[in-house]
Ligand binder design. Sequence first.
Ligand code: ME8
Length: 646
Amino acid sequence: MNSRFYITTPIYYVNAEPHLGHAYSTVVADVQNRFHRLIGQETFFLTGTDEHGDKIVQAAERMGLSPKEYTDEISKKFRDTWPLLDVRPDRFIRTTDPEHIKTVQMVLQKVYDKGDIEFREYEGLYCFGCERFLIERELEDGMCPDHKTKPTRLKEKNYFFLMSKYQDWLIDHIRSNPGFIQPERYRNEVLSFLKEPLEDLCISRPVSRLTWGVPLPFDKDFVTYVWFDALINYLTGLDYPDGERFQKFWPVANHVIAKDILKPHGIYWPIMLHAIGLKPYESLHVHGYWKIKEEKMSKSLGNIVRPGWLVENFGSDATRYCLMREMSFGLDASFSYDGFVTRINADLANDLGNLFSRSTTMLHKFRKGTVPNETGMEGPQDELRKAFSALVPTWKELMNGFQVHNALSEIWKVLNMANKVIDTTAPWKLAKDESKQVFLDDVLYCLMETLRLSAVLISPVMPRASEKIINSMGLDPDVEFSENGLKWGRLNQGLFIKKVPPLFPRIGPSRKEAKENIKKKREDIKKEKDVSMDSKDKKDGLITIEDFQKVDLRVAQIVSAQKHPNADRLLQLTVKAPEERTIVAGIAEHFSPDSLVGKKVIIVSNLKPVKLRGVTSQGMLLVAKDEAGLHLLEVDPETEPGAKVS
Ligand code: ME8
C-alpha cells in the first residue's frame, strides 16, 4: 500500500450556491481523507471553486455585480459550507487565484510549444450550460440531456488541443490499468466512447466574446476555455511544478466526480497530463446523481436541498451518515426528508445510540461504571470478538474501494449483533446470580469494546459521535483513530466510562407524520367543538369590536432567527416592529431559521411577556394552519415594520 493519498473534489462552478449534490462529493472526499489518515497514510485533500467562463459572467450580471465581486461572494459560500459538515480540506483553491492562472499559462505554453495546439475555424452546437460544443449524438431530442436546453449554433476561429492523436494511448492506458476509472461501469462507458474517433478539443474563446478567463500566453486575443483552466487546479493545488507536495502526492492522485463530468475527467484530463509528460492520476472515482422525485438535483432545475438546512435539521454527523449510507457509490439515489429521518431514527438513535446508552447504563448499574475483566468465556458475546477479526479487514477493503455504504452496513451488522447479545444474555438477570459474575464481566467487556472499536470504524463518517464515545471512555481520539485503535482488546480493566446524553436523539415525526397528526388533532377539536356548540349558546364564540381592539397587531420584520437553546420545537426570533424585540415561536418543525430571515410578518405586540424555556418572549407570531401544516402570514414587502394591522 502507498504511504500517501491525494484526494480531490470537482471545483464547483460559482454560478449558484452549494447544494446536496456538491455536499455529497465533498463529504465522500472528506471521509476518504479521514480514512486514509486513520490507516496511517500522509494525505492531502483539495477542493475549491471554478470561477471563469460565460455562465459566471451571466450569473454576475443577473445579480448586478462584477464577475470578481460575484465570484468572491459565492466562492465564500462554498468555503463556509464545508465546516458545517465537518469537512476539512487542506487547501481551498479558486481558479482566479494568481498562482493558478500562472500554472494554467505555463501548461498551455508547454502544450503549444510541443505542437499539440492548433488554430482553426470551427462551427458547431454550443451548450452554454456545459460550456462546450456538443456533438449530434450527444443530444436528446435536439436538446442537451443535462441542461434540457437547445444548444446554439456557433462559428468561430479558435485554438484546438489535438487530443485525437493520443486516443490509442488512452485506450491502452485504461485497458492496462483496471482501477483507473471506477466503478467499472464508468470505465466501460469511457472505453465505449473511445470506440468512435475523438474530436480535437476547442480550448479557447475570443476576448471579443469572453474576457473573464485566463489569457492564452501565445495569443492575447483569446482566453482559455474552462476545462483547460479547471482541470489544472488539481496540479496547482499541489504547487506544480516545483512544489514538494507535487512530488509527494501526484503519484497517488484520486479524483471524485459525478458522472456529469466523466468525459472531461476520463478523456481530456489524462490526455492533457500525458501531453505535458506527466503520469495520469491514479484513480477516478465516479458517483451517480442525487435526485428528487426522479429529476437530477441541479441548480438549473431549481430542485435543490441546501447543506446548511440538512445540518440544521439533522446535525452534521447524521447528515454525513445519511449521505454515505443512502447512496451506493456509482448509482443514483433519491433524497427525501422522510427517508433521512427514518434512517437516522433506525440506525443512529436505535441501533447505535441505544446500544451505547444501554451498555453504559448497565455498566454503571452492575460495575459502578468501570470496565471489568475480559474473561474470554464462551457465549453470545464471544461472537462479537470473532466478528471484529473479520470486520476490520472487510471494512478496510470496502473503504479503500469507496464502498462506504457497504462498509457501514457491515458495521451495523455487528452493532445489531451486540444489541442481540444484550437481549439473549440479559445482564440484569446475570447480575442477580452470584455464579454468573465472571460471565457478566465478559458480556459487559465485549459490549464496551464493541462500542470503542465501532467508534473507530465509523470515525471517518461520523467524527463527532465517535469522538464522544472515545472521550466518554477517557481515551484519546488521536490515539484511537489510528491503526492501533483497530485492534480488539484495548479497553483496560478498571477504566471508568462516563455516562453521556443520548448520542442521537430520536427525530420527531417526519413532515408527513406531522401533517397527519395535525389533521387528526383538528378533527378531534372539531368534534369536541361541535358537541359544545350544540349544547351551549352558539353566540358564545363571538366577540365584540371592543374585544378585538384590545389586540394590538403589528407588522414586524424578522431580523434573525435561530433554534431555541433549550427546546427543539421553538425558534427564537429577533423582530423589528419598529423597535427590536424577541419572540419565541413554536414553529421549529415547520420552518428553518434561515428561511424566515428578512420576512415581514404579523405579530401580536401587546401580549404580556412570558418566559419560554428560559427565553423571554415579547409577543406572538401569527401563522395560518391547515392540513398541510403552518404557513407564514407575510405582508406586502413595502410595508414599514411597526405598521398597525387593523
Ligand atoms: O462541473 N448529484 O461544476 P459543477 C450528485 N466546474 N452530485 C452532484 C449533483 C447531483 N445532483 N449535482 C452536482 C463543474 N454534483 C465544473 C467541474 S472540475 C475540474 C470542474 C456535484 O458546479 C458532482 O460532484 O457543475 C458533480 O460532478 C459536480 O457537483 C458538478 O459541479
